[in-house]
Design a binder for this molecule. Structure first.
Ligand code: ADP
Ligand code: MG
Length: 300
């Protein structure tokens, strides 16, 4: 059997099934960050993400500075998804021997500028030769135990909210996006959020991560989905990956304007958490219900 036939999530599930279960960790495989005990009131958050030239980025087209920024931003987004504060990072990097030094200088310029903006300290890494530029960034963050948000936890009746606009990030926003660390902090400190994830695989896939882990169903309204100007259709807004917006559920229905002003980013209420029996559905502009297909980015 080949990896292709089990896919990314099948593979992760396979690894998980080999494990004896958690001994000391609070949360292991299956959320945006791993969670471990830290102090009496706080947890540590850990996340690691790899970017590979030709798969995650086009070095020639976008330049190393943007790639360096993105390498850190994707992990900051995972810290945001838990409601946390990023603190430290480590980076492993591989490249061909004939890579111009300027490429690496530019990469670090982009990386370190974002690190400075978010007060993240680079504390180590690893360097290797590779056939293409490849990097793997680990970010360590912290979160007050009482504010920790997981993918699981959505309750029937919760409203489903999303920040920003979705789709078409391949046109460039995938390099320039603002990781939603600050809005996520405002959210977890001031609102009763039951579940949260960052949208990296695409709205439809990431909504299913929320419903599956919470053992619930959902309904969303096509007319409410915020479609980015960079994409043409709701279909793309549902399927395209790398939006790095927040998807979260809350029992209260709060005005989008009020919430948007508090968070400093536009917010849309796109639907509601339902009983698992109802599945995950989308209601189109004519009022017709259909099953929501998960169609996000697939590595295998
Ligand atoms: P995200 O898109 O939020 O970065 P992923 O879809 O990459 O999350 O990963 C989902 C979960 O699976 C995370 O908990 C991650 O740590 C875990 N994971 C991913 N790849 C592996 C692997 N090869 N071995 C063990 N755990 C993994
Ligand atoms: Mg994530």
């Amino acid at each position: 059997m080949k990896i292709r036939s089990v896919g990314e999530f099948g593979l992760i599930e396979r690894v998980k099934n080999k494990l004896p279960g958690l001994k000391n960790a609070v949360l292991g495989i299956g959320d945006d960050c791993a969670v471990i005990n830290y102090t009496k009131d706080k947890y540590l958050l850990l996340t690691v993400d790899m970017l590979i030239e030709g798969i995650h980025f086009d070095l020639r087209k976008f330049g190393a500075r943007k790639v360096g920024r993105k390498a850190l931003a994707v992990s900051l987004s995972d810290i945001a998804a838990m409601g946390g504060i990023p603190k430290y990072c480590l980076i492993s990097i591989g490249m061909p021997a004939n890579t111009p030094l300027k490429t690496i200088d530019d990469f670090y310029a982009g990386f370190l500028k974002l690190a400075k903006e978010y007060g993240v300290e680079l504390i180590g890494g690893d360097t290797n030769r590779a056939q293409k530029l490849i990097c793997d960034v680990c970010v360590i963050g912290e979160i007050e135990k009482k504010f920790l948000k997981k993918r699981s936890g959505a309750k029937i009746g919760d409203k489903i909210y999303v920040t920003g606009a979705l789709g078409g990030s391949i046109k460039g926003r995938q390099y320039d996006f603002t990781p939603r660390v600050i809005p996520a902090r405002v959210l977890v400190r001031n609102f009763q959020v039951n579940s949260m994830i960052d949208i990296s695989d695409g709205l439809s896939s990431d909504l299913v991560h929320i419903t599956e882990s919470g053992n619930v169903g959902a309904v969303i309204y096509e007319s409410r989905i915020p479609v980015s100007r960079a994409c043409k259709s709701v279909k793309e807004a549902l399927a395209d990956g790398e939006d790095f917006e927040l998807l979260f559920t809350m029992p209260q229905e709060i005005s989008e304007d009020v919430l948007g002003k508090r968070l400093g980013v536009p917010v849309r209420m796109i639907g509601e958490i339902r009983n698992k029996r109802e599945g995950v559905r989308i209601i189109d502009k004519k009022g017709k219900k259909r099953e929501l297909k998960t169609s996000g980015y697939k590595h295998f």
